[in-house]
Design a protein around this ligand. Structure first.
Ligand code: ADP
Ligand code: MG
Length: 480
């Protein structure tokens, strides 16, 4: 397969649905909180009763504009809503209110490691309900299904990319950056596993050098970044095999099965005319004034790429900067610590080191711990003032997260402050040298790498409190 892959170019475009984090639904006052009792967050509007009218939630539009601006889109002065007709048991009205030919955002892009990926459009729409396949499971699965309409009417922004990606890895990076952006601007949780962000991947292949795109297949049901990459890799190979066998790829929707690691045909792809779109008669076209757009632009928080660049400007490596930006909780915490004047490099070593490891182990977020930015900044200042060694800092940071205690108080209580008094250290160094005559003669005979052994013994003796540089200097002096 590897060599066959060289004959083809892969073309990928993604359609990403981001669930907007508003308190109420896009056209109705029902709440949007996840995990409520089935059908408790509904209203006659959501249920699609005759005679009800949708009312557009202004906050949805604010979030749509904010996202569009973050994705370098134009926000046209006018957009409108349309009815998209299809029948499915989780869609009580028999149509979905969406935007067809006049979406809220157009012509954007984001840059992924210097490569520009175009964003064709982003449009607002309402989500459908959920089918719960609850009946006793026989061989064919559930014997009946229940409908939960709590999710119906939840606002979505569908972000449609240009077919600009050329590999599964690029698609994954695009998706990750999109997730970073919506999370940092606060419009979406960006949780693929829970479905607050969903991705359909359109994939086609064409002979290398060709300018004519092949027929695409659309892959649904990818619930993680790694699944997205796996699904695309699988689909590329499937299409190559078809073409190599003299067949033709058909335009269709396929479902990714992450357990079996295959895509399966779900249905032929509907064309736009199958949906019989027409302008939503119950909603006026929306006029978005330039003042409105400006007001939102003024509130734009720092975007992930700007954050990475700023961190690199502080002396962090590109890798460290990217890793910390991927974990928004840590990045926001880091920013707070920086505001307090802490040295970036030391702060990042703690955050990416002991702190990140502890959070991972406990499956918690930094905000679930008792560590405050003030306390981390104080710890760092103790290290810089040579009151404690870096090693002692690493030893107490976990306790600080668990108890919320200040570094200075732990240091005082446990007598952890660094021994900088040269005479005191000299005494201990001498004691260690006297206690290890064999190692001393080996060292003097040329085995200088034994210096580390002596340093270790002194540190053990002082419980890590001796100043490492002083220990090294004194050992060299005494051992000659
Ligand atoms: P639909 O709703 O019918 O899927 P959209 O226009 O909403 O159509 O989305 C089409 C998506 O497919 C876009 O992301 C676009 O970039 C992508 N796409 C279009 N043509 C191709 C192709 N030949 N190969 C891969 N992706 C494609
Ligand atoms: Mg689409």
């Amino acid at each position: 397969m590897e060599s066959l892959r060289d004959k083809y170019e892969v073309v990928i475009g993604l359609e990403v649905h981001a669930q907007l984090k508003t308190k109420s639904k896009i056209f109705a006052p029902d709440g949007t909180e996840f995990g409520k009792e089935p059908n408790s967050e509904t209203s006659p509007i959501t249920l699609g009763m005759p005679g009800v009218l949708p009312v557009l939630n202004r906050e949805v539009v604010n979030m749509g504009i904010l996202t569009g601006l973050a994705l370098n889109c134009e926000i046209p002065e006018r957009c409108k809503f349309d009815r998209k007709q299809y029948f499915y048991p989780d869609l009580p009205k028999g149509y979905q209110i969406s935007q067809y030919d006049e979406p809220i955002c157009v012509n954007g892009h984001i840059d992924i490691k210097g490569k520009r990926i175009g964003i064709t459009r982003a449009h607002l729409e309402e989500d459908a309900g959920k089918l719960v396949h609850a009946g006793a499971a026989g061989l064919a699965g559930s014997s009946y299904s229940l409908v939960d309409l709590n999710r119906a009417g939840t606002p979505l922004l569908e972000i449609v990319s240009e077919p600009d990606m050329r590999s599964a890895e690029e698609a994954r990076m695009y998706m990750e950056e999109l997730r970073n952006i919506v999370r940092y601007i606060g419009v979406c949780d960006g949780n693929l596993e829970e479905g607050s962000m969903r991705c359909d991947a359109n994939i086609s292949i064409m002979p290398k050098g060709s300018k004519v795109f092949g027929t695409r297949a659309e892959i649904k049901n990818v619930n993680s970044f790694s699944a997205l990459q796996r699904a695309i890799e699988y689909e590329i190979d499937r299409q190559i095999e078809i073409v190599e066998d003299g067949g033709e790829v058909v335009q269709e929707t396929r479902l990714w099965d992450d357990n079996a690691r295959v895509t399966k045909s779900m249905r032929g792809k509907e064309d736009a005319h199958d949906y019989r779109y027409f302008p939503e008669p119950d909603l006026m076209p929306l006029h978005i004034s330039r003042e409105w757009v400006q007001e939102i632009k003024d509130k734009m928080p720092e975007l992930p790429e700007a954050k990475r660049q700023r961190y690199m400007g502080l002396g962090l490596s590109e890798y460290d900067s990217s890793v910390i930006v991927e974990q928004m909780g840590l990045a926001l915490f880091f920013d707070e610590v920086l505001k307090l004047g802490a040295t970036p490099k030391i702060a990042v070593n703690f955050i990416m080191g002991e702190i990140a490891a502890y959070l991972k182990e406990e499956h918690i977020e930094i905000t679930d711990t008792k560590l405050t930015p003030e306390n981390l900044a104080e710890l760092i200042s103790l290290i810089e003032k040579n009151t404690i060694s870096n090693n002692i800092g690493k030893q107490i940071i976990i306790d600080m997260m668990k108890t919320g205690e200040k570094a200075s108080s732990i240091v005082e209580k446990r007598g952890l402050s660094q021994i900088t008094d040269e005479n005191a250290i000299k005494e201990i160094v001498q004691k260690v040298v006297d206690a290890n005559p064999q190692q001393v003669s080996a060292y003097k005979g040329g085995k200088t790498q034994l210096l580390g052994f002596f340093v270790g013994q002194v540190m053990k003796e002082t419980k890590g409190r001796a100043n490492p540089k002083a220990v090294n200097d004194l050992l060299k002096e005494i051992l000659g």
